[in-house]
Design a protein around this ligand. Structure first.
Ligand code: NDP
Length: 405
């Protein structure tokens, strides 16, 4: 996109007032050159108002708020038609992706999210439903940007940067996600517990030589020596960005995803699974239909409450092998983020911060016109350069470490 096409500051609607929504609101408010007006809507408007008060205190900017059930397409269309935003940043839950995409198509508004659509009763972690909207968004002249968090999100952009600048050919990618933070609770999840536990308890999967290979849940482990946070047990998981990167990175032979977990976390998880508390299908309980994992969510600490208690750092990056100039090359592209520094800036821990900052930057890319391209896109399909530049400016600086081959 020609820089001349870059347009003026825009109006944005953020949907979802959880841990991530809080960070997106702060980061959009810090960028008046991109976002002239900000509206924050969620199921519970009081949460939006609390965030708006914090943003006002931190930046001096006023944010409007609204109550919205985003499962209701008509209600979202009505809000879009009255507020007339240029862009929706969807940081509600994955279940709302399709209803919000439908509403955006109806009202003619660009769309962005941080997690793939999930049907409530079936953990799938796949893009098929959202990719099926490609033609409709293209015909409407609207951009839908999928997965603009950290992983997926920044990790996809790191891969696009490696493909564009660091390698002639890429052979393997390992995405490595370490959270070396401690919140002091015996067991809590760093983002929405329902989504988090669904993701971890499914079978592992990775892509090699053109086909998907399955592993038992959390059965493949390596100890990876992360910059700054040091060696950590890292477990192979399926993660949604593998699906798009396997398609979009040329010549790739293998791609895998690893995440760190402590022994304590895994022991709790095993017990919860063994007693049926992580089930996502409804059961009868004393005459009521309840979903065990939703009940568990109600018992666990609210991820947003972990902010003030969490100490330590995250390190998330991509270890990539391939060739450059006829020679083998191996690099680790990564960011390190400090939980307490995030809390001091926006009152959220680093997991929400590392998701919310890229969502706001993705919003800047679409709103400014740099990444405006009719259709439905994953992050690696866009030019990584302006996004990588914003990461350095907006609180998530990145580094490239050369590794021995
Ligand atoms: P939270 O559960 O803290 O927040 C979700 C928010 O969405 C809540 O305010 C919730 O309302 C609201 N919401 C839920 N359903 C609806 C609805 N029907 N209509 C309107 N609002 C609704 O989650 P997080 O902030 O931790 O995560 C937000 C998103 O970010 C999730 O999709 C998650 O998967 C994704 N994520 C992505 C990551 C990445 O790196 N790509 C990493 C971490 C998270 P209420 O307060 O009433 O419950």
């Amino acid at each position: 996109m020609d820089r001349k096409q870059v347009t003026m500051s825009k109006k944005v609607l953020i949907i979802g007032a959880g841990g991530v929504g809080n960070v997106v609101a702060h980061k959009c408010a810090q960028a008046p050159e991109h976002f002239s007006e900000i509206l924050l809507a969620s199921r519970n408007e009081n949460k939006c108002k609390a965030i708006a008060a914090d943003v006002k205190a931190a930046t001096g900017r006023a944010i409007r708020t609204a109550a919205l059930d985003a499962d209701n397409v008509q209600a979202t269309v009505a809000l879009l038609q009255s507020a007339k935003p240029d862009l929706v940043i969807n940081v509600a839950l994955p279940y709302q992706d399709l209803p919000i995409m439908d509403a955006c198509l109806h009202a003619g508004v660009h769309y962005l999210d941080t997690a793939n659509y999930e049907p409530p009763n079936h953990a799938k972690f796949e893009y098929s439903w959202q990719w099926a909207y490609r033609e409709r968004f293209a015909k409407a002249g609207l951009t839908a940007l999928l997965g603009s968090g950290f992983d997926p999100g920044v990790t996809n952009v790191f891969c696009a940067h490696a493909q564009k600048h660091l390698f002639d050919t890429i052979e393997t990618i390992d995405i490595l996600d370490a959270n070396a933070g401690d919140h002091g609770y015996p067991f809590a999840t760093n983002f929405n517990p329902e989504i988090n536990i669904r993701e971890i308890t499914q079978r592992g999967r990775y892509w090699e030589n053109g086909e998907w290979k399955e592993t038992d849940p959390l059965s493949v482990k390596q100890v990876y020596d992360y910059p700054v946070v040091g060696p950590k047990d890292s477990y192979l998981l399926y993660h949604e960005e593998l699906e798009s990167l396997a398609k979009n990175i040329r010549g790739l032979r293998r791609i895998r995803f690893f995440m760190t977990f402590s022994e304590r976390y895994l022991t709790h998880l095993r017990v919860l699974e063994n007693v049926g508390m992580t089930r996502i299908d409804p059961i009868d309980f004393q005459g009521h239909r309840i979903v065990p994992i939703q009940f568990l969510k109600a018992l666990l600490p609210d991820p947003a409450s972990l902010g003030p208690r969490t100490k330590g750092k995250t390190c998330i990056g991509c270890e990539i092998t391939g060739t450059k100039g006829g020679k083998p090359r191996k690099v680790f592209i990564y960011n390190v983020c400090d939980h307490q520094a995030c809390y001091a800036e926006v009152k959220s821990q680093a997991i929400s911060y590392t998701t919310g900052v890229p969502a706001a930057i993705g919003g800047m890319m679409v709103a400014s016109g740099l990444w405006k391209k009719p259709g439905v896109w994953n992050m690696e399909e866009m030019d990584p350069d302006p996004f990588m530049a914003e990461l350095n400016k907006r609180g998530l600086p990145w580094h490239v470490k050369e590794l021995p081959v």
